[in-house]
Design a protein around this ligand. Sequence first.
Ligand SMILES: Cc1ncc(COP(=O)(O)O)c(C=O)c1O
Length: 469
Amino acid sequence: MTRFESVAEAIGGTPLIRLTKTGLRPRIYVKPEWYNPGGSVKDRAALSMLRAAEADGLLRPGGTVVETTSGNTGIGLALYAAHLGYRSVIFTSSSISKEKRDLLVAHGAELRLVDAFVPKSHPDSLKSVAERFVASTPGAWLANQYDNPANPAAHVASTGPEIWADTEGAVTHFVATVGTGGTISGTGRYLKGISGGRVRVIGADPATSSYSGGDGSQKFIEGAGHFVHPLADEDVWPQSLDLSVIDAYESVTDAEAIATIRDVARSEGLLAGGSSGVALTAAFRLAATLTEEDTVVVLLPDSGRAYLSTYYNDDWLLANGFRAESGAVVGDLAAPLRAVGRTRTGASAARELASVIAGDEPVAVLYGRPLPNAAPHHADIAGWTTAARLAEADTAGAAAVATGVRLGAGEPVAAAAARAASLDPDWQVALVLDQGRVSGLVTRARLNAHRVATSGATAAILAPKVATH
Ligand SMILES: Cc1ncc(COP(=O)(O)O)c(C=O)c1O
């Protein structure tokens, strides 16, 4: 057992654990970063950025540590800020998992939820709000993991050397997700340097992430990949990301990542988080092309414990279209997705739709750019409208009715109708999710008509039975 004189010393030194059930030829080792005190790989970057800020005189005793984060960096910063005696203020969105929010508060962070869905440059964005806070708070320092060189430097100093030492130089492939790029850039740079360029570095990327050529639309997996706001003028990549170390990308859907971690939890006994599912899926695909001579190391950023209410929860899977029940389900009643852009002229959109659908059929109004390659994420949809409403409006945006109701394509009809009513008693149109993407729209009238028809049928079957008593 190793002894540490403080929590800061306990960062890093995470093990390599060999997977034994994959049936694939290469040796595959995972590096579970949840062994860090704050439960994720971001402990390394958090302490590194804090120490660099202290050394540069940007953070002084009594100072305030500030960050915008999807969770793990905030947890690391809050933990080490507490340890080093700083106040911490974390700006984040309520879409991060509840467990992560509770962890931030448990470590003493002041949590500021910013939910404006606007591009980074907008004055109400997470970034702008945090920057204003720092400008108006004496002694405040913004960690800015996306552009802070101390983030990748943490991995040059620790993650890379650990992998090299623990594989005794046998590592041939390193697979990691790319969020800020700190992990893959620092670790990859070290492994390429020490191996004379022999180690291949593979970026495991969500299918919609713009790093690997996706459309930049949202996804469910937190931490990995790069999202581009639909109204953003440009796609700015972090300075923490060093593209020159990434040899290839493997693109992985939410559904694949979720299926992989659920499988690995049962087969290997390792409970990994969502971005670990992206990395593992990519690694398995890669390993299928390799030989017994190869040693693949896969970095797992955090544990599945933070996602028990999502990826490991059957109801969540059903509600988001990652699981289907048998019998009559919502997807059977949904109209396939038709969408118009928010800025489209109402009259011209109405004319176009009139030739294909009825005037009262619901149509989605897209928030921003059209998505050529994939069904949209629900964050891409501003609301619903109809050809009849469009005909009366200047633009599709003006004719849009917002809906907060989303149903899984595989949800049984009666249960889905009840759930929708509990989400919004006045709901009229719901987005239908299949594999986490919006595949269609369904109206309340349609769900109810089906329920009445089927409950009528049940009554008809039961009636004679009742009569015999
Ligand atoms: C769960 C999770 N996975 C992956 C990453 C990506 O790591 P990096 O920012 O070093 O690229 C993060 C980063 O925040 C994360 O929180």
